[in-house]
Ligand binder design. Sequence first.
Ligand SMILES: O=P(O)(O)OC[C@H]1O[C@H](O)[C@H](O)[C@@H](O)[C@@H]1O
Length: 274
Amino acid sequence: MIKKLQNGFEYVEISNKAAIAKIALQGAHLFHYERSSEIPLLWLSDASKFELGTAIRGGVPICWPSFGNNNPKLPQHGFARTVMWQLGEIQELDEDTTQLRFSLEDSKESRELWDYKFLVELTIRVGKTLEMELKTTNCDNVPFTITQALHTYFNVSAIEDVTIEGLEGKKYLDALTLQHHTQVDEIRFSQEVDRVYQGVEDTIILKDANREIELKNSGSKSVVVWNPWIDKCARMSGMKPDAYKEFVCIESANAYEDKREILPNKSHTIHLSV
Ligand SMILES: O=P(O)(O)OC[C@H]1O[C@H](O)[C@H](O)[C@@H](O)[C@@H]1O
C-alpha cells in the first residue's frame, strides 16, 4: 500500500468498495479522496510539487501548532504539514471503510521552533463518509496554546457556481481588512475571500453545479473560508493562475478567538466528517 514517487516521496494508497484515497507520509497529508462513481471531493493542484519540505497544494494540509502566521517563530500554518509523520495501524473496519492512523511527536527540530513536548495523532476513515480526527496531547509539564486547521480544499465545478450555507448570522474576521462583520446570507464568490468565522457549531453545506456536500465539525468553533481569486492566485506557489476557479477552502479550525490552551497530560481533539 505504500507507494514511492521517483524522487522518493512516499504516500499510502487506500482503495475499498466505497472510496479511494492517497495520503502522503509528509504531513499525513490526504491529497486525494474519491467516492466510487463520483468526481474527486478534494482539489489537488496539478502544479503542486511533491517534494520533501514543501507542502502539497490541495487536499487537506494540517496546519499545526499554529494557523496562519500569528507566531513569528513558526512558518505559516506551523510545521506539521512539511515534516514526516509516523504511519501507524491500517485497519479494514468493513468492506466500505478503512481506518488509518498517523502520529507526530516533538523532536530536536520541532523543539527549536516550538519548545514543547507533544503527541499529535491523526485518524482518517476512508469510506462513504470521509472522517478526520486530529488529537493533540500535551506531554509537557507546562500548558501550551495552539491554533490549528484541517485546511480542506474542495473541488468545485466552478467558483461562480459555489454557495456555502450554514454560516448565516455568524460573526467573522475579514483577514483582508481586519474588520469584523456578521454574515447575512449564504456565501458566494466574486472576489478574494479570506475570513475566519467564529462560534460555528452548525452543519455547513457546500453547493456547486454538480453536488451538495455536508460538513460537520466538532472540537472547532471557527471555520476559515478562503478563495484567493485572480491576483493572489497568480502570486501563489504550487498553483496555476486559473486555479482559483476550481476550488474553495472550508477549513475546520481553532483559530483567532477559538485558540485552545491544553494543560499537561490533557488532549484536545477536532473532528471533521464530510
Ligand atoms: O499558501 P499557504 O501557506 O498554504 O496558505 C494558503 C491560505 O491559507 C488560509 O486559508 C489563509 O486564511 C490564507 O490567508 C492563506 O493564503
